[in-house]
Design a protein. Structure first.
Length: 443
């Protein structure tokens, strides 16, 4: 994959106006789910507009190591994946998962159920991101997953187990990806008898489960459900290729551009997501509306504009944890203190995002109260020039680019973003696209 060149920092000059249209890269959540479902299916699947990024690359490479054949159509982001119909050709592999939660969690479940001799590991931060709830759920029904480092965290050694039950339970208060992983692996366990999955306690990030169920359906597997509590996968369902499937634009990536339109007046339009999106992060626009922005939504586009300063917001962001980071930076432009609630999962993502966000917002002159699971941001009267550290977190780099907008930054000063190449996790071209709409100069 071609990676754009990034220096060790990028300086962003103040931009008073942002206007234009952005074609979004493919959704990370949809891309990695479709890749795995297509691999497990009977038949070949043509995937249109797959995201090109570190997270999808680790999934593609892992599938290749597992003997799944795929081709990229030259000069496009379209792929053909030749499904293995629930039987992986390779039973031994050492898989590098980078820092992709959407790769390691679902693959761990699928590999545990299919059985073999697999190790899964990632970057150092991946080894600090919890996976214990998923491993417990699988081992309790007879799978054999061991920790080779710290208990509860990757790296993992997956061996061949023996399915011993037809109902499983999983905790959902640390990450929804554990439930997603079990759901996607469930048809492999329910070949003869139905499989039931119960959620123990609270489930966070619920809209991501809707993405999972929607895509499983497109690959021929129906899940019966009782709200968010219990899920049933009837026996004898197996994944079937839908033939062709299209990846929507990434709604979390859309948040930066929509916020830019709302902060500066815009209009800024994103293309690739719209009215019928299956991604929960399109609900980011509800928060922007609450802040006073004008949002228009079409079939395959969303546009944000505003007239006048943004209003402060106090809201629960559990349903859109990724796009909520964009609100934290947009809050710098609001007419009073904003509070983002119920975002405790930020602590176990690419970095401890609550702590990182508080530290970096303070550098810009904001007053920030960091709670166990909330953030209160009081905007500064004028923004101070600052050097923003990004903690190898793509979203820290992307959302802090917004601090260069709307003339709140003193003229003649700059926002420096350190280590901008971390955006490659989900959006390698981010700063190029941002420059195009912000008419800024990259140094
Ligand atoms: O299932 C998914 O595609 C995702 C679920 C969310 O994680 P949690 O469920 O851990 O909050 C989200 O933050 C992540 O970027 C993608
Ligand atoms: C939390 C994120 O990623 P992951 O899929 O690795 O959990 C994210 O993209 O913000």
């Amino acid at each position: 994959m071609k990676q754009p060149y990034y220096p060790h920092h990028i300086d962003l000059a103040p931009a008073a106006h942002v206007q234009g249209t952005v074609k979004l890269p493919g959704s990370k959540s949809i891309s990695n789910r479709i890749l795995l479902l297509a691999a497990l299916s009977a038949g070949s699947t043509r995937i249109m507009d797959l995201l090109a990024s570190d997270d999808t690359l680790v999934m593609l490479m892992a599938l290749q190591q597992l003997g799944v054949k795929w081709e990229q159509i030259e000069g496009t982001q379209n792929y053909i994946v030749h499904g293995v119909d629930g039987q992986l050709p390779v039973h031994q592999a050492d898989l590098f998962m980078g820092n992709a939660g959407t790769a390691i969690r679902p693959l761990t479940a699928a590999l545990a159920v299919l059985g073999g001799d697999y190790t899964l590991h990632g970057v150092p931060r991946m080894h600090e991101r919890p996976i214990g709830d998923l491993v417990d759920a699988l081992n309790e029904v007879g799978m054999r997953i061991e920790y080779t480092g710290n208990p509860g965290y990757p790296p993992l050694h997956v061996r061949r187990g023996q399915l011993a039950a037809h109902s499983m339970k999983v905790r959902g208060n640390v990450s929804s990806q554990f439930l997603t992983a079990l759901l996607m692996a469930a048809p492999l366990m329910a070949r003869e008898q139905a499989m039931r999955i119960d959620v123990v306690g609270e489930l966070i990030s619920k809209p991501y489960i809707e993405i999972t169920l929607n895509l499983m359906r497109r690959f021929g597997v129906d899940v019966q459900r009782d709200g968010w509590q219990s899920f049933m996968i009837e026996a004898e369902q197996s994944y079937q290729s839908p033939g062709v499937i299209h990846v929507e634009g990434d709604a979390s990536s859309a948040s930066y551009f929509l916020a830019a339109g709302a902060i500066t007046g815009g209009p800024v339009r994103v293309e690739g997501v719209g009215r019928d999106s299956i991604q929960g992060d399109v609900r980011f626009v509800e928060a922007l509306r609450q802040m006073g922005a004008t949002i228009e939504v079409g079939d395959n586009w969303i546009e944000a504009s505003s007239n006048g300063p943004l209003k402060a917001i106090d809201a629960d962001f559990n349903h859109i944890p990724d796009a909520a980071m964009t609100i934290a930076v947009a809050a710098l432009y609001a007419d009073g203190p904003s509070t983002l609630r119920n975002i405790g999962s930020w602590r176990v993502k690419e970095t401890d995002r609550l702590s990182a966000m508080a530290t970096e917002l303070r550098k810009l002159g904001a007053q920030v109260e960091e709670g166990a699971d909330y953030l209160k941001v009081t905007p500064p009267a004028a923004m101070e020039p600052a050097t923003i550290d990004t903690y190898d977190d793509h979203r820290m780099a992307m959302c802090f680019s917004l601090a260069s907008l709307d003339g709140k930054l003193l003229q003649g000063t700059r926002i420096r973003i350190n280590d901008p190449k971390c955006v490659a996790k989900t959006f390698p071209d981010y700063f190029k696209v941002f420059e195009e709409i912000a008419e800024q100069t990259l140094i």
